[in-house]
Design a binder for this molecule. Structure first.
Ligand code: CLF
Ligand code: SF4
Length: 491
């Protein structure tokens, strides 16, 4: 039995250690799988920009990590889903307070993380207010970090109001990825989301506020597109206010050159003290979000792997290692050592070459299956594109829809980990079963008899037969076996 290593906490120094961390079993020993050619639906120059960005490429999110530094607390608008006590809810989980940093502190933190987390590829500024309104701190942070770590990708998130003032500098600083939160393209709808904005030294309300915000967002998007900067649009889905309207938003942002559209569910809780939370505005249900995403899947590419992470998040998207890197734990003097990140990239180049081949092989096998309707498969993974996590250790399951047309990642389901200190909790298992509603099959690296029986009684199968396989190979193996096909052996 292969020794299991936690990818999330490992700080490997040697290539073989990193390979074990990615695969759980020592990984691919072939020396002929070193290519890392990109998916066929992206031009090579775009693939080059997104291949290491965990948010802009679903494939990359299996391998690469982002970190946020909370250097930009000021904001110039009011959203009805925001309480300023907490981080910006446009690119962060609502109800969370991040540790605010100065640009100098941020540099120290980024270097510490880069030395210890070899998966780190992107530095993002997503608040806790607005990265463009609090521009001096954003610019200073990016400038300082780029001097020490020139290959780190720079990424920012904004509500768009101040964006046009800074696009030229964004381009000059090689900030290649910008997110704008656009919840409406009709200012009438905007009046239900934004009570006021602060623009040109004046507070604006009502339709005027929404019209200005809309015009500035469109101008900012056009300017980014003209400069070849990849733009992601975040939209918060607010049932009864902009849910149907987001189809129009998708059309408009696509026509203006947005690269990716990320529909985020409104998280509305009275305890957060927001206008929507206090007035009972509900968020969308999982099936409503999926139905809207399915309607939009012919538009701009959709992001479905967003985790609504914190403004000080650190790590792979499904994990948060921020608590390991609070300021009180950092050394006063730091210097960047590139060796771990460089070694990790070489390992990933080999791994993902093999992963791409497996994906294509899986598609070819599934295309031969004729009749079955789509089913949902949940996978326990620690990253690396493998089925490599114990059922009881999972804090989330990645969900794939599988049918004859292929395997599509459609999201994730968060759960409490069932197995704490070697013992499973019945109450936790019940909530996991609830969270996995609609799932046909769960694939994991290991599962005990007790949870297997309880899951079976709830109509959810679970298997460890594909432990440490690539996710696509495991899903295809199970689907083919279940629906009467033999999986074809691939080179
Ligand atoms: Fe951060 Fe955003 Fe850049 Fe990613 S997050 S600024 S694009 S590096 Fe990513 Fe987090 Fe979703 Fe944002 S998972 S909330 S989409
Ligand atoms: Fe809050 Fe962000 Fe909206 Fe500003 S842009 S009000 S910080 S959610």
């Amino acid at each position: 039995m292969a020794q299991l290593i936690n990818l999330g906490t490992l700080t490997p120094t040697a290539a073989q250690d990193m390979r074990v961390a990615l695969t759980g079993d020592g990984g691919c020993s072939s020396s002929s799988c070193g290519s890392s050619d990109g998916p066929s639906d992206l031009p090579p120059e775009i693939w080059e920009k997104v291949k290491d960005h965990p948010c802009y490429s679903e494939e990359a999110h299996h391998y690469f990590a982002r970190m946020h530094v909370a250097v930009a607390p000021a904001c110039n608008i009011q959203c009805n889903y925001c309480n300023r006590k907490y981080d910006c809810a446009n690119e962060s989980r609502p109800g969370v307070v991040s540790e605010k940093l100065t640009p100098v502190q941020a540099r120290r933190k980024v270097i510490t993380v880069a030395n210890e987390v070899p998966q780190l590829s992107v530095l993002g500024i997503a608040g806790p207010g607005d990265a463009c309104y609090d521009w001096n701190k954003t610019r200073e942070t990016f400038a300082q970090v780029s001097q020490d770590i020139p290959d780190i990708k720079l990424c920012l998130s904004t509500n768009g109001l101040a964006l046009p003032d800074h696009v030229d500098e964004i381009a000059r600083m090689n900030i290649d990825h910008v997110t704008i939160t656009i919840n409406m393209v009709d200012p009438e709808i905007g009046t239900k989301i934004y009570p006021w904005i602060f623009y040109r030294n004046k507070r604006w309300t009502g339709l005027d506020a929404s019209r200005i915000l809309h015009e500035r967002q469109m101008l900012g998007l056009d300017m980014l597109t003209a400069r070849g900067i990849l733009t992601k649009i975040n939209s918060v889905m607010i049932p009864g206010i902009n849910d149907e309207h987001l189809i129009e938003v998708n059309k408009v942002v696509k026509a203006r050159g947005a690269f990716l559209h990320n529909i985020m569910p409104l998280i509305s809780d009275p305890a957060h003290g927001t206008h929507f939370g206090l007035t009972g505005q509900r968020g969308p249900r999982a099936h409503e979000l999926k139905a809207l995403q399915d309607q939009l899947s012919d538009g701009t590419k959709l992001m479905r792997h967003c985790r609504q992470c914190r403004a000080d998040a650190v790590g792979l998207l499904g994990e948060d290692r921020g608590q390991e890197f609070t300021m009180d734990q950092l050394a006063d003097e730091v210097s960047y050592d590139p060796s771990r990140r460089e070694t990790y990239r070489e390992v990933v180049a080999q791994e993902r070459g093999e992963h791409m081949k497996q994906r294509r092989a899986a598609d070819a096998v599934l295309a031969e299956i004729e009749t079955e309707a789509p089913v949902l498969v949940a996978v326990a993974t620690k990253g690396g594109g493998r089925i490599n996590q114990h059922f009881g250790h999972a804090r989330e399951f990645q969900v794939y829809e599988v049918s004859a047309s292929g395997i599509q990642f459609i999201g994730h389901r968060k759960v409490e980990n069932y197995c704490e200190g070697g013992w499973g909790e019945d109450a936790t298992l019940n909530s996991t079963i609830e969270a996995l509603e609609g799932i046909h099959m769960v694939l994991c690296a290991k599962v005990g008899d007790c949870p297997r029986e309880s899951m079976g009684a709830a109509g959810i199968e679970i298997s460890q037969a594909y432990a440490h396989d690539w996710i696509e190979a495991g899903i295809t193996g199970w689907y083919s076996a279940t629906f009467g096909m033999e999986i074809r052996q691939t080179a």
